[in-house]
Design a protein. Sequence first.
Length: 98
Amino acid sequence: GFSERQGQRLMRQAGVGLAALHSRGLAMQDVSLENMLVFWTNPSDDWEIRLCDPGQAIRLEFDTRGIERPVPFHGYVGKQFRPPEIYYQKQYLASRVD
């Protein structure tokens, strides 16, 4: 297993990866451990996280001021856990579902 410190670092990397997607106007819609690759990097001699399988990703929508707009319900995403916004089957802020 990982130490607490390693776990914190890996979770931070996942958050940075998600923020990078959001900064490019994408919401993953299916963030789970199943969609994270953990691998050993030989040069830095440490573990790293990479997000994968963005098959349910959607484009974020913004108004003219750059504020995120709600997107229409696109169908159920994820597997066992789904945010409440998805169950309402109404518009939602896609970045918050991530």
